[in-house]
Design a protein around this ligand. Structure first.
Ligand code: PLP
Length: 455
């Protein structure tokens, strides 16, 4: 059965999975949603207890791609993509940490990027064309995408990052590969990088490059993120489970929400946010107010004041959230306008949400290390603290989304120790870097792209 996708703004025709992967975002600036969500029977979910991560991944993903990617191809993609562990660690009583940090760039972004890369390569080859992925990053996405797409034949990648806002190791993950991966440092903020990417997509003079996006607006990023929720549940001996999800753009959370809609017995999601507290406020009041400008916290991948995937969440609960745009130019006039309210009662039943302060993050990092000997980093600490605040009954699974070695300054400052470097980050500090530095200026970026001789 073929699953089609519609836009949350409902102003464009339905699209196939392949179109959704290539386009990323529909022309009406909405987000693609499956018109039908496949469901699993309880006994199918119970069977996962005997299956490997890769078998579960193939089983979940194929339900959305059945007609468009042959099963044997998908199996191969999944085996190539997930050649690392996904540990579920019991910390105390019914409290667990799911370590989504063992991939090649040591953040959970690897789970999505590694499948998306293989799907794009497959579809590009099928169509006999080369495509160019543009991606703006605030830190981890750039490295994960660069690593996942490295050395593919039919896809090249240009990563834009805010020069002053990424850590040295995050930058090195993007700038030391070369080949089909190009890195551009922008003298601006993450939002400026994202704005440059958006203008590029609508620039006819760049059409010959077949530009596409690997940001989390792409449904191809969400699909692989449903899998580890099924996997974690399959490794617990429990009727149901609560997940605490450290959230920025809500892509990770949406993976879980789709899993629940597919039948996974999730009692509740704890939506864990840093000091960017628009979502807990919304859940409480029913009024949506983006945080502008977003607040800068040490969990830098979650410094988001207006989560791009919130439109999907609201849509799933019967509402309509969209940005108000100038009809002629497409420029955003007002961010995050709630045109139709979602079913708040049902949302409050499925989600609780807590904002976690910097002091609370520090306290968790110190306490987890001293009491349990478990080293966590700021994003994971936000998840843990929110889980604690929720007072939910066990079993509780909190997601750890990055390796502490990505935040050595923080760990050193709080604990006076050097976080152990995982194999995935080893050698990075000595590799040769190469990147272009540009001003915060679209024309400069366009000249760079047009002059570039892509390999
Ligand atoms: C991207 C990221 C997040 C936030 O995930 P979203 O899908 O944007 O909500 C959390 N932690 C880390 C380490 C990340 O890189």
């Amino acid at each position: 059965m073929k699953i089609l996708f519609r836009s949350t703004n409902r102003e464009v025709p339905e699209a196939t999975f392949k179109e959704v992967i290539f386009k990323g975002q529909p022309e009406d600036y909405g987000l693609y949603m499956p018109v039908f969500i496949p469901s699993l029977r309880r006994d199918e979910i119970e069977m996962f207890r005997q299956k490997s991560y890769t078998d579960i991944a193939t089983d979940i993903i194929r339900r959305f791609t059945a007609d468009e990617i042959p099963l044997s191809k998908l199996e191969q993609m999944v085996l190539d993509a997930y050649n690392f562990d996904v540990p579920l660690q019991r910390v105390h009583n019914g409290f667990y940490l799911l370590w989504l940090t063992k991939g090649p760039t040591a953040s959970f972004k690897d789970f999505a990027a590694r499948i998306l890369a293989r799907m794009m390569e497959y579809f590009a080859k099928e169509e006999g064309r080369k495509i160019t992925v543009l991606v703006a990053t605030s830190g981890d996405t750039g490295g994960a995408v660069a690593s996942a797409f490295y050395n593919l034949e039919n896809v090249r990648v240009v990563v834009l990052f805010p020069y002053k806002e990424v850590t040295e190791r995050q930058r090195r993950q993007m700038t030391t590969l070369g080949g089909n991966i190009s890195a551009v440092a922008v003298d601006g903020k993450f939002d400026d990088c994202q704005a440059i990417v958006k203008i590029s997509f609508n620039d006819g003079a760049l059409q010959h490059l077949s530009l596409t996006s690997a940001n989390s607006i792409n449904f191809g990023r969400l699909l692989p993120q449903m899998v580890y929720y099924f996997y974690a549940y399959s490794r617990l001996d429990a009727e149901d489970v609560v997940f605490s999800v450290p959230s920025g753009n809500f892509g990770n959370l949406m993976g879980g929400v789709f899993a629940k809609r597919m039948g996974l017995p999730v009692r509740r999601f704890v939506v864990a946010v840093n000091e960017n507290d628009e979502f807990p406020n919304f859940l409480q009041t029913g009024n949506y107010q983006p945080v502008v400008p977003s607040k800068e916290c040490s969990s830098n991948a979650m410094n988001v004041g207006h989560p791009s995937n919130l439109a999907r969440l609201v849509d799933l609960y019967g509402g309509h959230l969209t940005d108000e745009r100038d009809k002629a130019t497409g420029k955003v006039i007002r961010k995050g306008v709630l045109k139709v309210a979602p079913d708040m009662e049902r949302m409050r039943n499925d989600f609780v949400s807590y904002s976690v302060s910097e002091e609370e993050v520090d306290e968790v990092i110190v306490r987890f290390y001293k009491r349990y000997g478990v080293l966590v980093e700021p994003h994971g600490a936000v998840g843990i603290k929110a889980a604690e605040k929720s007072g939910e009954e066990p079993p509780l699974v909190s997601l750890e989304t990055a390796d502490p070695a990505k935040f050595p300054e923080k760990i050193r400052g709080l604990l006076g120790i050097e976080p152990p470097i995982p194999p995935s980050l080893a050698g990075l500090d000595n590799k040769k870097e190469s990147f272009e530095f540009i001003g915060n200026d679209y024309e400069e970026f366009k000249r760079y792209l047009l002059n570039k001789n892509f390999v």
